[in-house]
Design a protein around this ligand. Sequence first.
Ligand code: GLP
Length: 261
Amino acid sequence: MEVILLSDPSAVRLLGARILAQQLRRRPDSVLGLATGQTMIGVYAQLAGMQLDGSQLTCFNLDEYVGLSPSHPASYRAYMEQHFYEPLGVNRQRAFVPDGQADDIEAECARYEQRIEAAGGLDLQLLGLGEDGHIGFNEPGSSLASRTRLKTLTPSTRAANQRDFGDGTTPLHVLTMGVGTILSARRVLLLAYGPKKAEAVAAMVEGPVTAMCPASALQFHPACTVVVDEAAGAHLRLADYYRTVYAHKPRAARERLEGPA
Ligand code: GLP
């Protein structure tokens, strides 16, 4: 893993947006795997201000709640409309979110995997990180070889996401790409900030690979970049080493990832 430690959340959001922008410039018809959550709101806002054309993109979201209509304000489809599709002019024919209202959930999950494959696979998968080490909605105990399927949320994830549901309750079930689906992406970019993520970041980067921290499976990915702020990286034993590696990263390699300075 390439670990990049930055001073604060705004620096993480900016670098995240720059890496995505560089991907779009290099390949305007990229196939992107996209994430939701609080972390990404600021990233997408930065990206929206970069005058990019997203009309040739194909987008696949990580996850969606089961039983929620796409027009429900807490649905991930509604989130993507507001924060990504609309500002970047994404063609909705190529904007996919798992259908949590499908009658046949298993068939929907299989179809989702087939669609990703038919699109040529994910060029870049963007990820946030759950406080319990989840990626997408792959909760602790998830198979590290899993593909898109139905999952049950843990009480801690439901509590964390309750903010989006106001007086209603966070659904118990979700559809999510599997850890195996995420690992199949050609490149992975994970962003996290704030002290609440510190334990999960350390477990993901430096802990053993274990289903108890699904994000730790990213250690097997050959092209995974993790961008965190100092607070989220506070428990990293090799923090100084990561800072040195990034500070001395060859300019050409840096520009390839982030675009021109
Ligand atoms: C949520 C989402 C993830 C997201 C993560 C972190 O439950 N399913 O895709 O990346 O948890 O969320 P946040 O950025 O709000 O901390």
